[in-house]
Write a protein that binds this ligand. Structure first.
Ligand SMILES: [Zn+2]
Length: 82
């Protein structure tokens, strides 16, 4: 909801609400990447590099996870931070 077609798998940064997509590294760890709304393409720019709330990401790397997981944690009343 809220996205036009062709944006399957696109989430929003929970810090700045920018559209992002999650890339899985070979290690299996998900990394947020920028999504270009103008061209509707997944860029190869890590979102950390452009997020205006980048400071929020520091120290949270261990807990960085897809937005869906964050929602689940909220639903179940789990803490976001240790
Ligand atoms: Zn952001």
């Amino acid at each position: 909801m809220g996205f036009p077609g062709g944006m399957d798998g696109i989430a929003r940064c929970r810090s700045c609400a920018a559209p992002i997509w999650w890339r899985k590294n070979p290690s299996g760890k998900a990394q947020p990447m920028d999504f270009d709304l103008a061209t509707m393409t997944r860029t190869e720019t890590p979102h950390h590099a452009t997020c205006p709330m980048a400071k929020e990401w520091r120290g949270r790397t261990r807990h960085a996870q897809p937005e869906r997981a964050t929602e689940l944690r909220r639903l179940h009343g789990l803490p976001f931070d240790p």
